[in-house]
Design a binder for this molecule. Structure first.
Ligand code: BES
Ligand code: ZN
Length: 960
């Protein structure tokens, strides 16, 4: 099943070689065709069976019926000319594509969406040499597959090059895809328009007809015509500007390296920039709209540092002469790694010292690090097909950790990394999860691949592998991989072989393999074994969904180990549990330490059960050292009690990340019905003595989650008691927080979290201080600088009065800091007044004061507010069609809107409502993976409450 894509490809090629493409694809199922059709009807079959082909818009048969393009014709180079008009909001363009014909054919299929093609011609190399005009091509279009077919008058010959010229035009798109318009307001109140591209994964075809699949790499020479008040940017530096009659200018950009279409980019805007030069001589610039220019400096500093880091780490220089980072006022995702021209949402790039908090800084650093990593992982080496998008996104996410830890060690990003793994575990422990590598075909399915599984599980299993192989070997392996596949494409297996074949100092290579000095033959064997081991191990993580649970039982000096599939919300005693376990088996690189030895012991668990013998009897064992492994551990018998005792006696004997891991695993096991809630809560009691901030935050997070769950359901006795518990146990640390930006990164994080929670719980001193700061701020006309880490808290407290709320909304309109606007919008969304919340939604739908790009986050924030949850949910149901028009079905905002307004529900009635709505959508032909994820999450919540509410009640009563 997992390898069917490779098979499909080779079969498609086979079919084409023998010219039965039309016949097969139109008449028999392609699969059957592959197996059973070996005679070779001529291409004229097309005419005979015309009626059975897909029908093009003009009524003629369309000669191709698959979503994937044929590989008979491949692009080598694109000359692209684009002239956008920012007043009439449209563009005219033309392109000349140099293609190589691999097998004789009578048509060329390429992608094109919503482009009006005004002319298409074809020249042979000879025509070009003798300057003969092109022959006119018939253009058919088949919008269902976003394809066009160019029919040639005479057959194209194998192994020859041809030039296809296409003239086309279109409106600048309204949304966030293709070549679209974006607007911003200046400080003077003027609205200005820019034009910008965003192509990944399948939107280059909205901007120019092209072979829009990642495997079709080509070079691009781009020319942009513009007015003199604008500048034009593209992937490469400008070679020259030509002045045209009438005052228009035309920028010509250098030819790109070989690259995939989704990485092409161009922008016409009036932005300003700051620049610097990296150690290797790359010119790095950060662009923003003129009023935001002053917020670009941190990103420049970070990108210069990170670029230097990556060039060293990958041992490959960044191949382009320049790198631009641009803050786009309207942007759907967080950022996009276009080669040499990275585009960002403003809040992912700009840093305003007055309003950006420490967590904003962390975010900017992470996003810059992520997109820079893509310049190698993704741009230089690209996955063959979207089924392996994790090779891009998982790696870029993993590299955020490596690069930011090296360049900004003070951010202590590895603590953040743990959370990233914990987050995807939530999703991966539902039955509706999916394997990291997943078959996909349609644009919606492809978009759905950009999810936490690709990003976070991808990153976490890479981190686990690094821990298994050693840092040095891992790095060598990815260098091999990048060098071997530069300017090309790769798949999972290519990565595994590179990683298991990394040469260390003193080794030598031959035939792409790695040998140590002596004993070549035996080393070859060792290599082969190791290669198999890595590949075998890693495919259990990439081709299989879910996360394993390792159950450990200590019997004297013996440890009995057992692995099963971890499922939250399904208990072992449930009838469906057994079936859900079937055929799951992982190769788990276990690590552990014990009370008598803090050395890291290793063992690979490849079977369902196994036994380990300890050298001596120990009072506890802790598996998954530093939480580097992607598995959950359950200690049967007295295992948990022994660990809890140790935490209470002297928690520092366990490493900080082990303490965090224990807290995490314990609460996960509660969701799976394997540990009682009071046991997990007992484990957190030691936190009174915890000085490691990330560990403290982890414990707080669970208390907060429970609080929100109870608050939404109005279970007021429990919320009251949780509040007392929190304010009592954390009083010493709450009371010592200052309202400032002082301290280390994690001191500052703790302050934000603690004060936010304290004010949320109406802790009087917190409210008093916040109210005081808010009034001072209002009195100063918004000029007073409030410490950035408490800004959101102060605004949120201020937003509880009508005067405060109205004032904040006014400031929202005026602010030129995206970081501040986000904080204000959040504060506005915490109001208890439905009419105010409704007003926000209306503004978000209108898209002027509150931009459409912020609507998904707004709806999510309102749904988190107990007073807003019903409102947001009803709104989404009633305005589904409107929302769908703004964001595509599989898009990130749409998925966020769905899960953000539903996944917190925890009653049967709510589950029923959500189910009905999803069924209604499915009947309309809308289907998303997120539907099933949401339904399972709600069921899990219901079950959690049923099982644990009484325990929580009793435990709290006993504890306060
Ligand atoms: N390649 C993605 C952008 C993208 C996202 C394209 C979704 C198509 C669909 C980019 O590298 C990315 O991952 N952006 C993240 C930010 C990142 C720091 C996690 C995003 O947009 O959320
Ligand atoms: Zn990415």
């Amino acid at each position: 099943v997992f390898h069917s894509s490779a098979m499909d490809n080779s079969c498609r090629k086979l079919i084409f070689n023998i010219y039965i493409g039309f016949y097969c694809s139109a008449i028999i199922l392609p699969q059957m065709c592959i197996c059973s059709y070996f005679s070779t009807p001529s291409i004229d079959q097309f005419n005979k069976d015309a009626g059975t082909f897909p029908v093009a818009t003009n009524g003629q048969p369309f000669p191709w019926h698959e979503l994937r393009l044929p590989t008979v014709v491949t692009p080598l180079h694109y000359d692209l000319f684009v002239h956008p008009n920012l007043t009439s909001l449209d563009f005219v363009a033309s392109e000349k594509i140099e293609v190589l014909v691999r097998d004789a054919t009578q048509f060329i299929i390429l992608h094109s969406t919503d482009l009006e093609i005004t002319n298409a011609t074809l020249q042979s190399e000879e025509d070009v040499r003798y300057r003969k005009p092109g022959k006119k091509l018939t253009v058919l279009s088949y919008p269902a597959h976003q394809q066009i077919a160019l029919l040639v008058p005479e057959k194209l010959m194998a192994d020859l090059r041809y030039y296809v010229t296409i003239d086309f035009q279109a409106k600048l798109a309204d949304g966030f895809e293709g070549f679209y318009k974006s607007t911003y307001r200046t400080l003077g109140g003027e609205t200005r328009t820019i034009a910008v591209t965003d192509f990944e994964p399948t939107q280059a075809r909205m901007a120019f007809p092209c072979f829009d699949e990642p495997l079709f790499k080509a070079s691009f020479s781009i020319k942009i015509r513009r007015e003199s008040r604008h500048i034009a940017l593209s992937n490469m530096p400008k070679v020259k500007t030509i002045e045209l009659e009438g005052g228009l200018l035309e920028d010509h950009f250098e030819t790109t390296v070989k690259m995939s279409t989704y990485l092409v980019a161009y922008i016409v805007c009036d932005f300003n920039s700051v620049s610097g030069t990296s150690s290797s001589g790359v010119k790095v610039s950060v662009y923003a709209s003129p009023d935001k220019w002053s917020q670009t400096h941190y990103a420049l500093e970070a990108s210069l540092k990170l670029l230097d880091f990556y060039e060293n780490y990958f041992d490959i220089n960044y191949p382009l002469p320049k790198l631009d980072l641009v803050a786009i006022p309207d942007f759907e995702s967080g950022a996009m790694e276009n080669w040499g021209l990275i585009t960002y949402r403003e809040t992912s790039l700009l840093f305003d010292p007055k309003t950006s908090s420490v967590s904003d800084k962390l975010w900017v650093t992470k996003v810059v690090a992520h997109e820079l990593a893509h310049q190698w992982f993704g741009n230089l080496v690209t996955m063959e097909w979207w089924n392996d998008i994790w090779l891009n996104e998982g790696f870029a996410t993993y590299m955020e950790l490596i690069s930011a830890n090296a360049t900004y060690p003070e951010l202590e990003l590895d603590n953040y990394f743990l959370d990233l793994c914990f987050e995807v575990i939530k999703r991966d422990s539902l039955n509706s999860s999916r394997p990291i590598s997943n078959q996909v075909e349609t644009p919606t399915q492809i978009k759905e691949m950009f999810d936490t599984v690709s990003y976070k599980k991808g990153a976490c299993i890479l981190n686990m592998l690094k821990d298994f192989l050693s840092e040095e070997k891992f790095q060598k392996g990815i260098i091999n991989y990048l060098k071997k596949f530069s300017y090309g494409n790769a798949k999972n297996d290519d990565l595994w072989s590179s990683l298991s074949n990394s040469c260390l100092e003193g080794d030598f290579t031959s035939g792409g393999f790695c040998y140590s000095d002596s004993k070549t033959t035996s080393n070859t064997l060792a290599f082969l074994e190791e290669n198999m081991e890595v590949k075998e191990m890693m495919t259990t993580w990439t081709l299989q969904k879910g996360i394993p649970l390792v159950v450990v039982k200590q019997e004297g000096r013996s440890l009995r180990l057992q692995q099963e599939r971890f499922l939250s919300g399904v208990f072992k005693e449930d009838p469906e549990w057994r079936a859900l376990q079937e055929r799951y088996l992982w190769h788990i690189p276990l690590t552990y330490s014990t009370s008598s030895s803090d050395a890291i012991h290793r063992h690979i668990l490849k079977s369902k059960t196994d036994t380990l013998d300890l050298p001596e009897k120990t009072s506890w064992v802790k598996f998954n050292v530093d939480s580097n492994g992607y598995y959950i551990v359950h200690y049967e018998g007295h295992g948990w009690d022994q660990l809890i005792t140790q935490l209470n006696q002297n928690h520092t004997l366990l490493r900080p990340k082990d303490r965090i891991g224990l807290i995490h695993d314990a609460f996960q096991l509660v969701s799976a019905g394997r540990l009682t809630l009071d046991k997990a809560l007992d484990l957190t009691r030691y936190l009174q003595h915890e000085t490691n901030i990330p560990a403290l935050l982890k414990g707080l997070e669970y208390l907060e989650t429970f609080y929100h769950m109870m608050d939404r359901r109005n279970i007021s006795d429990v919320t009251e008691n949780l509040k007392h518990y929190f304010l009592r146990y954390f009083k010493p640390v709450i009371d010592t927080q200052s309202w400032s930006d002082e301290g280390s990164v994690w001191d500052r994080m703790l302050r934000s979290v603690l004060l936010k929670l304290a004010c949320y719980l109406n802790h009087a001193p917190c409210i008093r201080k916040a109210t005081q700061l808010f009034s001072q701020w209002m009195e100063s006309g918004g000029k007073l600088n409030i410490p950035t880490d408490v800004l959101k808290i102060v605004y949120s407290v201020g937003a509880q009065t009508t005067a405060g709320w109205n004032y904040l909304l006014k400031q929202y309109e005026l602010s030129v800091s995206g970081a501040e606007k986000n904080k204000i919008l959040y504060a506005l969304s915490t109001s208890k007044h439905e009419e105010k919340l409704m007003k926000l939604i209306e503004l978000g739908m209108e898209g002027k004061v509150i931009k459409t790009q912020d609507l998904a986050a707004l709806l999510h924030a309102i749904a988190r507010n107990p007073e807003g949850q019903q409102l947001a949910w009803n709104f989404v149901r009633e305005n589904w069609t409107e929302l769908l028009k703004k964001f595509g079905l599989g898009s990130f905002p749409m998925r966020m809107i769905i899960s953000g307004t539903t996944a917190h529900f925890s009653s049967k009635d709510e589950l029923q409502e959500v189910k009905l709505f999803f069924e209604f959508l499915k009947a309309q032909g809308s289907h998303l993976d997120v539907f099933q994820i949401v339904l399972e999450t709600i069921s899990k919540n219901i079950k959690w409450l049923e099982k644990n509410l009484p325990t929580l009640r009793t435990w709290l009563l006993a504890s306060i």
